[in-house]
Write a protein that binds this ligand. Structure first.
Ligand SMILES: C[S@@+](CC[C@H](N)C(=O)[O-])C[C@H]1O[C@@H](n2cnc3c(N)ncnc32)[C@H](O)[C@@H]1O
Length: 224
């Protein structure tokens, strides 16, 4: 029995379970496992999901913030309607998309989640660098859309730029942890960064500071 075979069986197990339970993606189980471990969501929370298509994480978030919660998602690709969630098609790197998102959120989020992945080029260092760049955009989005004390979950492909990214996250959150849920393929290089206790964007006015669209955290001096 090779490790690859075991990994494929595990992936297939989650894939079949997602089909059976009507989740849009196998990734839904990753978020459930992250929540089980870190208690990310509370009833009534406002959640922003970055890179939400096809909608598995949206389905899980809607369930976990009931009653009274709000879930908003964005993706480059269209998202088929998820009951209980509001979604838009857009690019989180674009200032126009961020502005629309802020309007849909109507106030800051308690939790921002991102399962975003770049288009895979096959060149590992390129894919890693693009994944880190997406994470930097998530941190920038947090500075204008996450509440003080809020939480963030974001996916990253491992690689040599990780220490710099972790340092940026540590500048923004009281606590930063790295986690690999069981539902992630064991052959995958993906990890999740869990940030808790958002320190807020003290120097940025609410809801208008990241209209440039670029990673704000570079400008806030949290890079090494
Ligand atoms: C792994 S999928 C997300 C799966 C989702 N969490 C689920 O459970 O259904 C990654 C998504 O990130 C999206 N994405 C990548 N770059 C993006 C960007 N700049 N803005 C918005 N979405 C992006 C991709 O289009 C893709 O749908």
């Amino acid at each position: 029995m090779t490790r690859r075979w075991v990994a494929e069986r595990r992936a297939e197990h989650y894939y079949r379970m997602a089909k059976r339970m009507d989740y849009r993606s196998r990734a839904a189980f990753k978020l459930m496992q992250i929540d089980e471990r870190f208690r990310i969501f509370r009833p009534g929370d406002k959640v922003l999901d970055l890179g939400a298509a096809p909608g598995g994480w949206l389905q899980v978030a809607v369930d976990l913030v009931e009653p009274g919660g709000t879930v908003v998602g964005i993706d480059l690709r269209p998202i088929k309607r998820v009951p209980g969630a509001r979604t838009m098609k857009g690019d989180i790197r674009s200032p126009e998309s961020l502005q629309r998102l802020r309007g849909m959120l109507d106030g800051r989020a308690d939790v921002i989640i991102s399962d975003m992945a770049p288009n895979i080029s096959g060149a590992y260092s390129t894919d890693h660098a693009r994944s880190v760049e997406l994470c930097e955009h998530c941190l920038a989005a947090a500075s204008s859309m996450l509440k003080q004390g809020g939480k963030m979950v974001m996916k990253v492909f491992q690689g040599d730029l990780m220490p710099g990214l972790i340092k940026q996250a540590e500048g923004a959150f009281d606590s930063v942890k790295i986690h690999s849920p069981d539902a992630s393929r064991k052959t995958s290089s993906e990890l999740y960064i869990i940030g808790e206790g958002f320190r807020g964007a003290e120097d940025a006015p609410e809801a208008s500071d990241s209209s440039e669209g670029g990673p704000e955290f570079r400008r806030r001096g949290t890079l090494p």
